[in-house]
Design a binder for this molecule. Structure first.
Ligand code: NDP
Length: 483
């Protein structure tokens, strides 16, 4: 098997196998080839990982922050140096084209490691004058953080969680999605090579039950999940029941609004990126494209022409622009949404079917004349399916854009600077783009509102989610006791 890791788990600086755990395969979705065979974590594997993390964390937290940062910097350099190998691994595991993984996966993970490496040493508390006395605050790590990942950006998700956790003095036990188990193990090897002491970044494999066991374990102080809304509800409730801190990065059905004065080629390009990049498997995708009636015909004409030119094929070929979706189950799910769109009377502009007989390929698909009440306009599809809706008035489109339980992201295309800011101010979304879409640099906080999430990853905001504040009151005079 061409991507078989040394073992299924990485715990306390060692590769760990426990053959008693259920067997599962990692499959290359372009061909169906089994590329690795792993075992899910047994309770004893989880115990080892959690004990190792607990043991290692205090000494790590006691290091000077620059020393922690130095190790993360080194890890970022190694990730960049191995970018091609890591990208091939990610392409094999996820099916995303190498053209994308070379620029978007390990390198964005490296960005996160670099950013938080530098951030670590800048963290300070406050001094609070109180007259005669004073107080100060300390920023402390939380302890052991559990990270649970989705399958669309496996190494990026692992880095977005591990980099701030480690930078601020925490340990992490990470469970990748069972569909894409490989790159988190590669990351563990890289962190070790960079000098990360054993026990601080552990990887355990398995399905939801392993994630659920991590969520409620008494050795875990914080849970960070990237996944769907239904899973988020369960994990947040379980973490809340145990009074643990939690960050939830969940799904969306984000609006992308194209006003009549928009630079149309840019708006079309952004809408395509917002629906077809990673075969549409991006949480923040702008899957409800609201186009003003005055430019609808021109928009759809350009969109259909450019979509027809998308190069679908072998994701390992660097010329390929779109690969398969991540699994056969996901392909069936997406195709069933396409069928629903047709049954509900949306107009198919292009695509609409599976591409080829082998592999999990779906044609990039555009529906026009989509109405707000159609299933394809309400539910997250997580595949290459764009829904184009018409609108006429600014107030109308804002109300319709917000009429969803989700609130992850939103985009606005217009040349009118006042309108751009007015509209994003009114949109219920954690991240908004003006004349851009889906750019998520590590410097910028990322996360959702409403059902799309709780908390933020990246940027300065991550500090709030991987540290806690300790207040210290300093009495500088006599104790004033009435007895
Ligand atoms: P899932 O919600 O199915 O799974 C996410 C992770 O949670 C997986 O590792 C899964 O394990 C695990 N899990 C499942 N059930 C439980 C449970 N009860 N307790 C603890 N862990 C559990 O999401 P997908 O992997 O299908 O990813 C797609 C979803 O992720 C989409 O909705 C997408 O929008 C969202 N997403 C959000 C992002 C964001 O930042 N907001 C970014 C990327 C994706 P396993 O799958 O192995 O069974």
């Amino acid at each position: 098997m061409r991507a078989q890791p040394q073992a299924s788990h990485f715990i306390n600086g060692e590769w760990v196998e426990d053959r008693a755990g259920a067997v599962f395969d990692s499959v290359h979705p372009a061909t169906g080839e089994v590329i690795a065979r792993l075992h899910a974590a047994t309770p004893s594997v989880l115990d080892r990982a959690l004990d190792a993390a607990r043991m290692a964390q205090p000494a790590w937290a006691a290091l000077a922050p620059v020393a922690r940062g130095r190790i993360l910097h080194r890890a970022a350099e190694i990730l960049r140096a191995r970018n091609r190998d890591l990208s091939v691994l990610e392409t094999l595991d996820t099916g995303k084209p190498l053209q994308e993984t070379l620029v978007a996966d390990a390198v964005s993970g490296a960005d996160a490691l670099e950013y938080f490496a530098g951030f670590a040493a800048t963290v300070t508390g406050q001094t609070i004058p109180l007259g005669r006395d004073m107080a100060y605050t300390l920023r402390e790590p939380l302890g052991v953080c559990a990270g649970i990942g989705a399958w669309n950006y496996p190494i990026q998700i692992a880095c977005w969680k591990a980099a701030p956790a480690l930078a601020f003095g925490n340990a992490m036990v990470f469970k990748p999605s069972e569909l894409t188990p490989l790159s988190a193990l590669a990351l563990a090897g890289v962190l070790q090579e960079a000098g990360l002491p054993p026990g601080l970044f552990n990887v355990v494999q398995g399905q939801g039950d392993v994630g659920a066991a991590l969520t409620t374990d008494h050795r875990v102080d914080k849970v960070s999940l990237t996944g769907s809304v239904p899973t988020g509800r369960k994990v947040y409730a379980a973490a809340g029941g145990a009074l643990k801190a939690a960050t939830m990065e969940l799904g969306g059905k984000s609006p992308l609004i194209v006003f009549p004065d928009a630079e149309l080629d840019n708006a079309v390009g952004a809408a395509m990126l917002a629906n077809f990049y990673s075969a549409g498997q991006i949480c923040s995708n702008g899957t409800r494209v609201f186009v003003h009636r005055d430019v609808k015909a021109a928009f759809l004409e350009k969109l259909a022409a450019r979509t027809a030119r998308i190069l679908l094929g072998d994701p390992l070929d660097e010329a390929t622009q779109m690969g398969p979706v991540a699994s056969a189950a996901q392909m069936e799910r997406v195709l069933s949404y396409i069928a629903k769109g047709q049954a509900e009377g949306a107009r198919l502009v292009c695509g609409g079917a599976r591409a080829g007989a082998a592999g999990c390929f779906i044609q990039p698909t555009v529906f026009a004349d989509v109405r707000d009440d159609m299933v394809i306009a309400r539910e997250e599809i997580f595949g290459p399916v764009m829904a184009v809706l018409d609108f006429e008035e600014e107030a109308e489109v804002i109300a319709r854009a917000n009429a969803t339980e989700y609130g992850l992201a939103a985009g606005v295309f217009t040349r009118d600077i006042s309108r751009a800011h007015r509209v994003v101010a009114a949109l219920q979304a954690g991240t908004c783009w003006i004349n851009a879409y889906n750019l998520t640099p590590v410097e910028m906080p990322f996360g959702g509102v409403k059902s799309s999430g709780v908390g933020r990853e990246n940027g300065h905001a991550a500090l709030e989610h991987y540290t806690r504040v300790k207040s210290v009151y300093l009495g500088l005079g006599d104790v004033d006791a009435p007895y």
